[in-house]
Design a protein around this ligand. Structure first.
Ligand code: C5P
Length: 240
C-alpha cells in the first residue's frame, strides 16, 4: 500500500490550483511561489502527458497533495487497470467520468479501496462547457441540472467520494448529501475578475455558501503577477 503524500498543514486547504502548463519549468516556477498549506495542485492531461510521473514525484517532494485530473472513461476493466496504476502514485484525489456507468464507477472505487484507501475518487458529471442544447443531440432528454443530480446519485450509490459539478448544481446536491460527499467545483473568480472562457463563474464566497467542498482555480492564480497574494485572498474568502 502506498502512503498518500500529505503536506504538513493540519488544516486541509480547500483550494486546488489547476496547473494548466505544458512543461516542468513553467509549472515549478509557479509552484515555487505557492504555499503548500494554502492549496493542493491539480495535474491535468496536458501536463501529465508532457511530464508524466516524474513531475508528480517532483511535486510530492515539495509536499503538495495532488489531484490527478484524467477523467477516465472506458470499460470497467480498462479503467480498473488504469486506476490500479494511479494508486501507485500516492495521489490524494483522482477522477473517472460518470458516463462510464455504475459498474465502472463501483469497480474503480473497489480498486482504490484496496490499493490506496486514502485516495479520493470522484466522478465528473456534465462538463460546465455543455448546456441543454448541446446535451440534446447526445441523446439526453433531461436538462443539464437534472442529469447532474442523477449522476450525483449514481456516484453516491457506487460509493465514490464525491463529484465535480458547477457551483449552481452544488446547492441541491449538498442538501441531499452530507459534507463527507465531496463537491469539487471549477469556474471560480474573485469579484471583478474576467471570466475568461468560463460560461458560469462564482466567487469563492458563493461557492462556499452553495456547499462546495473544494474549489478549482486556474488562471486567476496562474496568470497573476503575485500568485501568492491572490491565493491568500481566495483562501480567506472561502474560509470566511
Ligand atoms: O483557469 P480556470 O480557473 O478557468 O481553470 C479551471 C480549471 O478547471 C481548468 O484546469 C479546467 O480544465 C478545469 N475544469 C473546468 N470545468 C470543468 C471541469 C474542469 O474548467 N467542468
Amino acid at each position: 500500500m502506498i502512503a498518500i503524500h500529505m503536506s504538513s498543514n493540519k488544516e486541509d486547504s480547500k483550494v486546488i490550483i489547476a496547473l494548466d502548463y505544458s512543461n516542468k519549468k513553467d509549472t515549478l516556477n509557479l509552484v515555487s511561489k505557492l504555499d503548500k498549506s494554502l492549496c493542493n495542485l491539480k495535474v491535468g492531461y496536458e501536463l501529465f502527458l508532457s511530464e508524466g510521473q516524474s513531475l508528480i514525484k517532483e511535486l510530492h517532494k515539495r509536499e503538495f497533495k495532488i489531484f490527478l485530473d484524467l477523467k477516465l472513461h472506458d470499460i470497467p476493466n480498462t479503467v480498473k487497470r488504469a486506476i490500479n496504476v494511479i494508486c501507485d502514485y500516492g495521489i490524494w484525489m483522482t477522477n473517472v467520468h460518470v458516463l462510464g456507468g455504475k459498474e465502472m464507477l463501483a469497480s474503480a472505487k473497489q480498486v482504490v479501496k484496496k490499493e490506496s484507501p486514502e485516495t479520493k475518487l470522484i466522478g465528473v458529471t456534465i462538463l460546465t462547457s455543455l448546456n441543454d442544447d448541446l446535451l440534446k443531440p447526445l441523446g439526453f432528454s433531461n436538462s443539464v441540472e437534472e442529469t447532474v443530480y442523477n449522476f450525483a446519485d449514481l456516484c453516491h450509490e457506487a460509493g465514490l467520494d464525491g463529484i465535480v459539478c458547477s457551483a449552481g448544481e452544488a446547492i441541491h446536491i449538498r442538501k441531499k448529501f452530507l459534507d463527507n460527499f465531496l463537491i469539487v467545483t471549477p469556474g471560480i473568480r474573485l469579484k471583478n475578475d474576467t471570466a475568461d472562457d468560463q460560461k458560469r463563474v462564482v466567487t469563492p464566497v458563493q461557492a462556499k455558501n452553495n456547499g462546495v467542498s473544494y474549489i478549482v482555480v486556474g488562471r486567476p492564480v496562474t496568470m497573476s503577477s503575485d500568485p501568492l497574494s491572490i491565493l491568500k485572498k481566495i483562501n480567506n474568502e472561502f474560509n470566511e
